[in-house]
Design a protein around this ligand. Structure first.
Ligand code: FES
Length: 201
């Protein structure tokens, strides 16, 4: 299946990079599908502790999933081509300007739905009935959309979201994918779960 190939390809690249960094001793770590650079205690996690995400190894065009509050959080390093394509799909979207304020913090209410244009941070839960959408990053026709410009496709009931997580018109999902609170700690780390200016926890 085309989607499996894209996702697997991205994951394989990431694991290769991770293994190169940590060496042989890191092989077991590299096999963990969810990437967490910092593990709070189980009790802290259940209380909703923030998660520090290392984004330094995420290549352009790649998505890595982090776990936060038991939810998948997608972090995508968007390419210039993916960003340039965003305005072109506005007319096909239900909420192109992200006017539904419940779906993102105020600082992510912009055309990119993010703090830095290239870095997209989303809760990877479909706003229809809660499936995890698949990542289709390429700007090319897909079986579900001949004019596809990259984004997310939910296999459960065929909802589509663009490369900013904005929902298409005419699909079951009622709202854009949610953007969690987050901020940049430095150039290589995002703290998921905490607004900018609120410190490390
Ligand atoms: S859960 Fe995603 S379309 Fe229904």
């Amino acid at each position: 299946m085309a989607n499996d190939a894209v996702v697997d390809k991205g994951r394989r690249r990431f694991l290769t990079a991770t293994t190169a960094v940590v060496g042989g001793a890191g092989a077991a770590v590299a096999a963990i599908p969810f990437i967490k650079s910092w593990e709070p205690s189980a009790r802290a996690k259940s209380a909703g502790a923030p998660v520090l995400a290392d984004i330094s190894k995420i290549e352009a065009g790649q998505k890595v999933t982090f776990a936060w509050r038991g939810l998948p959080v997608f972090v995508v390093n968007r390419t210039k081509a993916q960003l340039d394509a965003l305005p072109g799909v506005d007319s096909r979207l239900r909420d192109p300007k992200s006017d539904n304020t419940a779906q993102q913090p105020e600082y992510a209410k912009n055309e990119f739905r993010s703090i830095k244009p290239e870095w997209l941070v989303l809760i990877g839960i479909c706003t229809h009935l809660g499936c995890v959408p698949d990542f289709f990053p390429e700007l090319k026709p897909e079986p579900f959309d001949p004019n596809w410009q990259g984004g997310f496709y939910c296999p459960c009931h065929k909802s589509r979201f663009d490369m900013s997580g904005r929902v298409f018109d005419g699909v079951p999902a009622p709202a854009n994918l949610a953007v969690p609170k987050y901020h940049f700690v430095d150039e290589s780390h995002i703290l998921i779960g905490v607004d900018p200016g609120k410190g490390a926890a």
